[in-house]
Design a protein around this ligand. Structure first.
Ligand code: CA
Length: 221
């Protein structure tokens, strides 16, 4: 899962990105509104954490442009502007949630988790497909009740596949949402990662669709 963090103050940007990364997100930071709009418009993100006071283009304008262009990526405004009027204005302009600075990292992660889960049509913090259960609060995965020890990359892969259970996910999509900007993974790296995850959760859990990608079948078969 990929999150775009839009924040012009370097230290705050790190304070936002770090807990999200620990929670298993691939995070990209941009520091001005025009860059934010460009990135969000050209690349798929699973959520955007958006500051309001930004150089070049303010946060509300970024959001209006995105929503005007029918971009429905979940947006959490994270701003020092905390009056009820400002919060109402933000939500009316298309934000899905609003958090006021200073913030607690745990609350930020919980809210981003909730936004992504709702956008995917999932009602709880647990993703369950067959006998696999992934808990986004604990960053844990169990198979038939036993906890499986996963590396961060394996966890990200499992989460993305489970979030999209029943849909074939392409290698290109996995490179973007699981690796983000880290290194230059190719399709071979994805295959190796899928193999490692299969070894841990059971080979038959992830099916390969030649030339298309991978799917955790679940109910959709
Ligand atoms: Ca700012």
């Amino acid at each position: 899962m990929r999150v775009l963090v839009v924040e012009d103050e370097k230290r705050i940007a790190r304070d936002i990105a770090s807990p999200l990364e620990r929670a298993g997100y691939v995070v990209e930071i941009v520091r001005d509104g025009e860059e934010a709009w460009f990135r969000a418009d050209t690349d798929p993100f699973d959520a955007i954490v958006l500051d309001l006071g930004l150089p070049k283009l303010d946060g509300l304008s970024v959001m209006r442009r995105l929503r005007g262009g029918e971009n429905s990526t979940p947006i959490l405004i994270l701003s020092a502007r905390g009056s009820w009027l400002e919060r109402v204005e933000g939500i009316n302009a298309g934000a899905d949630d609003y958090l006021v600075k200073p913030f607690q990292p745990e609350e930020l992660v919980a809210r981003v988790n909730a936004l992504i889960r709702r956008a995917g049509g999932h009602l709880t913090a647990q993703l369950t497909v067959g006998d696999i259960t992934l808990d986004t609060r604990r960053r844990s995965v169990t198979v038939a009740g036993s906890e499986i020890d996963l590396s961060m990359l394996e966890y990200r892969l499992a989460r993305y596949l489970l979030h999209h259970a029943g849909r074939v996910v392409s290698q290109g999509e996995l490179i973007e949402h699981v690796y983000g900007g880290e290194g230059e993974p190719d399709s071979n790296a994805v295959e190796v990662l899928v193999m490692r995850l299969r070894r841990k959760i059971g080979a038959s859990q992830i099916q390969t669709r030649r030339g298309h990608g991978y799917v955790i079948a679940g109910a959709a078969g």
